[in-house]
Design a protein around this ligand. Structure first.
Ligand code: C2O
Ligand code: CU
Length: 470
C-alpha cells in the first residue's frame, strides 16, 4: 500500500480506530441511531476486579465515538435507562437551539424510561464532544460523555487518526466511584471535585500502538469535571492544528506543555521519530514535582514503510463560522466572576433575595456572576442575529475558570487590557485567577444560549448565565 491508501484506510473506515482498542465507532451518515444512557462496568482500575460501575452512553465511558462528515445530518435517539432525568449537549457544535440539550433551558430533561430525538446538521468539521447536561456535576463524573468527530472533506494527511480523552475520577479503595463526595460544598468552593485516578480513553495508562516514521493526528479532549490537564510529550514535538474544533496555523509546542481545561479540545499532529520498539510516556505535569504518566506511545517493532519524507504539516480548511466582527457597533456586557474559597464575595442574590456567604453555602451556591448566584431570570444580554457581541470577563476569584459559551465560538480580543490580534476561535476559555479577558463573537443563531464555567461544580455552585439571541 502506498501512503495515500494507508491514510484513507484509516480515515474512511472505523478500522483504524478499532485497531487501537477504541470500541464501537458509530458512523453518522444517513443513519438513525440510538444511544442508551445506562449503567455499565468499565475496567478503569485494573486492581478493581469486575471493573467500576459507571453511567455511560451504551453503558460505556467514553461512549461510542460518533463520526460524521462535515454537512452530514446527525440523527440520534437518546433513551434514558438511568435512575435520573438526563439530556445530551453537543459541546461546540452549532446546533439549532432546540437541539442544544440544556435541560431547563432548551428542553425538558428526559425522564427515566423516556427518550428524545436529536437531529441536526454538522456545519463544522473538527473535534467535538457530547455529554449530559442534567446534574452534570454528578452525571458527567459518572462517565456520561463521548467524542464526536466531524471529518473535513479534505482532511490533512495522516497515517492514524486517534482520540485522546483524558478524565480524572474520584475512586474509593475498591475502585468504585466515590459517591459520598458528590455535592460536597468544600470541593465546590475550591477547584471542584478533583479525581484521584486519571484515565485516557477509559483506561489507566492507555497504550497507543504506533509506528516509527508515521504521522498521527491526536484529538485531545479533557472530559474531567474540574481538573485542568497539563500535558507533556517527551521526545516528541506535537504541532497544534486546531483548538475546540477550529483550525489554526500549525504551531509546534516546542517543549512547552499543553494546558487543556475541562471541555476544551486540541488537535495535535505528532511525527513519530523514535526507534521501533521504544515506549515513550505522555505526562500530566501540572504538579511540577510529580509528573504522572497518563498514556504511552508504544512503538511497534516494525517501522512504517515510506518512500518519501513526511510533507509539511498543514491545518484543515477553516470552518464557515462568522468571524466578521463589527466592534464599533457591538453589544457589550461585563461579567464579573466572584466567590469561592479565599474570595472577597460577602453576599449574592439567590432566588431574588440577598444572602450572605453562610446562607449561600447552605444552599449550595458559593459563586456568582454579576452578583447573582446561579441561573438569573434575565439574560446577561439580549441581541439580534448578526450583531457583534463583546463580553468583558473579569475573574475576581482565586481560582481558574473554564468559561464555555454554547452555540457559537468566540475569540479573545483583549487580555488584561492588552489587545490580542488573530487569536484562536474557541468555545471554552481558561481564565486564570485575577485575570480579565474580553471575548467577541457574532450572534449566530436565535435562542437561549448558556454561558457557564465548565468546572462543573462551579457551574452548579453558581457560575452560570445565559444570552438571548432573537
Ligand atoms: Cu460542555 Cu454547557 O457544556
Ligand atoms: Cu469555575
Amino acid at each position: 500500500m502506498n501512503r495515500r491508501q494507508v491514510i484513507q484506510g484509516g480515515l474512511l473506515s472505523a478500522g483504524g480506530l478499532a485497531a487501537t482498542g477504541w470500541p464501537g465507532t458509530v458512523a453518522l451518515a444517513g443513519a438513525h441511531r440510538t444511544l442508551t444512557a445506562r449503567e455499565g462496568q468499565t475496567p478503569l482500575y485494573p486492581e478493581g476486579g469486575q471493573g467500576t460501575a459507571i453511567w455511560g452512553y451504551d453503558g460505556r465511558s467514553p461512549g461510542p465515538l460518533l463520526r460524521g462528515r462535515q454537512g452530514d445530518t446527525l440523527r440520534l435517539r437518546l433513551v434514558n435507562q438511568l435512575p435520573q432525568p438526563t439530556s445530551i449537549h453537543w459541546h461546540g457544535v452549532r446546533v439549532p437551539n432546540a437541539m442544544d440539550g440544556v435541560s431547563g433551558l432548551t428542553q425538558d430533561a428526559v425522564p427515566p424510561g423516556g427518550q428524545f430525538d436529536y437531529e441536526f446538521a454538522l456545519p463544522d468539521a473538527g473535534t467535538y464532544w457530547y455529554h449530559t447536561h442534567s446534574r452534570s456535576w454528578e452525571q458527567l463524573a459518572r462517565g456520561l460523555y463521548g467524542v464526536l468527530v466531524v471529518d473535513e472533506p479534505d482532511p490533512p494527511q495522516v497515517d492514524r487518526d486517534l482520540v485522546f480523552v483524558i478524565d480524572d475520577w474520584r475512586l474509593d479503595q475498591s475502585g468504585a466511584i466515590h459517591e459520598a463526595s458528590f455535592g460536597q460544598i468544600r470541593d465546590w468552593a475550591h477547584a471542584g471535585r478533583l479525581g484521584n485516578w486519571v484515565t485516557v480513553n477509559g483506561e489507566s495508562e492507555h497504550r497507543f500502538a504506533v509506528r516509527s516514521g508515521d504521522r498521527i493526528r491526536l484529538r485531545v479532549l479533557n472530559a474531567a469535571n474540574a481538573r485542568v490537564m497539563t500535558l507533556a510529550f517527551p521526545k516528541h514535538d506535537p504541532v497544534v492544528i486546531a483548538y475546540d474544533g477550529q483550525p489554526v496555523a500549525p504551531t509546534a509546542l516546542a517543549g512547552s506543555p499543553l494546558r487543556v481545561a475541562p471541555g476544551q479540545r486540541v488537535d495535535l499532529m505528532v511525527d513519530l521519530g523514535l526507534e521501533p520498539g521504544l515506549v515513550s510516556p505522555i505526562l500530566e505535569v501540572s504538579d511540577d514535582d510529580q509528573p504522572v504518566p497518563v498514556a504511552h506511545l508504544d512503538y511497534l517493532a516494525e517501522p512504517a514503510w515510506r518512500r518519501d519524507p513526511l510533507p509539511p504539516i498543514t491545518a484543515p480548511a477553516p470552518n464557515p463560522i462568522r468571524t466578521d466582527l463589527d466592534l464599533d457597533n457591538a453589544v457589550t456586557a461585563e461579567l464579573l466572576m466572584e466567590g469561592g474559597a479565599m474570595g472577597r464575595m460577602a453576599s449574592a442574590m439567590l432566588d431574588g433575595r440577598r444572602m450572605g456567604m453562610r446562607e449561600l453555602a447552605a444552599a449550595g451556591r458559593v459563586w456568582a456572576f454579576n452578583g447573582v448566584a446561579g441561573m438569573p431570570d434575565r439574560p446577561l444580554l439580549r441581541t439580534e442575529v448578526g450583531r457583534t457581541v463583546v463580553i468583558d470577563l473579569v475573574n475576581e476569584t482565586r481560582w481558574p475558570h473554564a468559561m464555555h459559551l454554547h452555540g457559537t465560538h468566540f475569540t479573545v480580543i483583549r487580555r488584561n487590557g492588552d489587545p490580542v490580534d488573530g487569536g484562536p476561535w474557541r468555545d471554552t476559555e481558561l481564565l486564570d485567577p485575577g485575570r480579565r479577558a474580553t471575548i467577541a463573537f457574532v450572534a449566530d443563531s436565535p435562542g437561549k444560549w448558556l454561558f457557564h464555567c465548565h468546572m462543573l461544580e462551579h457551574h452548579a455552585g453558581g457560575m452560570v448565565t445565559w444570552i438571548e439571541i432573537t
